[in-house]
Write a protein that binds this ligand. Structure first.
Ligand SMILES: [Zn+2]
Length: 412
């Protein structure tokens, strides 16, 4: 079977292990092997005839420009960004992709012996892939569609533009980043050198997915101070910090990741460590809505305050620090960036589905740093796991959407 460029690209890229690492996330790239894909992309972009192709030796970023072929210089420069690394959660070594043609819409057996199955009940979006072709794993690794599907699509788009000079377009900027999965994807991103007026991360899920909202996020540390004495003689003296921490947790509103979805925010106790004498609990606080987010932080602090009235000042100590903000407040100022992407999808016969990301994105940080950056779909799903899959026809559609988007931008 012969594949389209985007699928050829994808099958080539997923075989290169680019797993990032939490343990060495103090440096970028966190793993040297990410450079293997970076260097390949640098070479491929150079061979395709892109301009200003740069490989950032120090941090492993790759940038390139497809120059405008239009006379007027008023056309905005549009950027496309994808990340090269894969999640530390599951191995990305020796990825062995398998193509399922004409998918029947049923559960997919990845590995018969080990009984690794992708169940439609767990991944209901599979239903929309019935009759199309899927790329799946052999059950021993993740696939790497997050985000090599995005990388492959951007590369196919670049190749098309560079081999079709008759297609008129403004300046198109391409950027590939390391270490997105460990939170450092844009740490050293050269916004100025990238040269785009605004950009899109191609790092979403199923065909049609689009988002320009993410959480407002904070981390909170609760320290509970108890009093330890011999349990045999503890009556009216011992104060068990473990039980007090439990009381704190119970006093919070029952809004946690397990029972929230959509635009519902939450408090999440992520880590807890301690003994009778002292407990330290780490929380994350999330909400899309800025006012509700502020309220959540206030509720968290107030809970400690109330309990201190009961158990004595200083028993519960809370520190809260913001981690990232919802990019909506920035992007809303130039909504045509989102509208253009939606229009590009409709031109390709795809109905856009705009949803709020229940997490953060590299685009959020870029948006606050001056490069507005919504996120669009890759045609892959089940990320960070062995059940990850990508849909061939959807990935091809996404290349078309990127080209439509460039066309729409050129007319503005
Ligand atoms: Zn991703």
């Amino acid at each position: 079977m012969t594949y389209s460029k985007v699928i050829e690209n994808f099958l080539r890229y997923v075989k290169i292990d680019t797993q990032s690492s939490e343990e060495s996330s103090d440096k970028v790239p966190s793993t040297e092997k990410q450079r293997n894909l970076a260097k390949l992309l640098y070479q491929e972009l150079t061979d395709l005839g892109a301009e200003n192709v740069r490989y950032d030796e120090e941090h492993g970023y790759v940038y390139a420009v497809i120059p405008s072929n239009m006379d007027q210089d008023k056309v905005p420069a549009v950027g496309f960004i994808a990340h090269m690394d894969t999640s530390p959660a599951v191995s990305g070594e020796n990825v062995n992709p398998r193509v399922i043609e004409n998918y029947d819409g049923k559960d997919i057996i990845l590995n018969q012996e080990a009984n690794i199955v992708t169940c439609v009940s767990d991944f209901p979006m599979l239903k929309s892939c019935r009759g199309k072709s899927l790329i799946v794993t052999d059950g021993s690794t993740l696939l790497g569609g997050d985000d090599k599907a995005g990388v492959a699509e951007i590369m196919a788009m670049a190749e098309y533009l560079l081999t079709h000079p008759e297609v008129k377009h403004g300046k198109v900027c391409v950027g590939f980043t390391p270490d997105e999965e460990v939170g450092n994807g844009v740490e050293y991103f050269d916004i100025k050198g990238f040269g785009a007026d605004y950009a899109y991360t191609v790092d979403g899920g199923m065909l049609g997915d689009m988002s320009y909202e993410c959480f407002n996020a904070a981390g909170a540390v609760l320290t509970v101070t108890g009093k330890s004495v011999h349990p045999g003689y503890a009556k009216n003296v011992m104060r068990n910090a473990i039980k007090l921490a439990y009381e704190f947790q119970r006093a919070l509103p029952d809004e946690c990741p397990e029972n929230t979805e959509g635009y519902e925010g939450f408090y999440h106790v992520d880590h807890m460590k301690g003994n009778v004498e002292e407990v330290v609990a780490e929380y994350i606080i999330r909400d899309h809505d800025k006012a509700k987010f502020e309220e959540r932080k206030a509720v968290f602090a107030k809970t400690a305050e109330n309990l201190n009235k009961k158990y004595g000042e200083g028993t519960f100590h809370v520190t809260i620090s913001d981690s990232y903000s919802n990019m909506r407040e920035m992007i809303e100022q130039k909504m045509y960036i989102v509208d253009n992407a939606a229009e590009a999808m409709r031109q390709a016969g795809v109905e856009p589905v705009i949803s709020a990301i229940r997490g953060g994105t590299d685009g959020a940080r870029l948006s606050f740093d001056g490069l507005l950056c919504p996120n669009i779909c890759t045609g892959s799903e089940g990320h960070h796991g062995r059940n990850e899959f990508a849909c061939i026809e959807d990935m091809e559609k996404i290349v078309e959407i990127l080209l439509n988007l460039i066309g729409i931008t050129a007319k503005q």
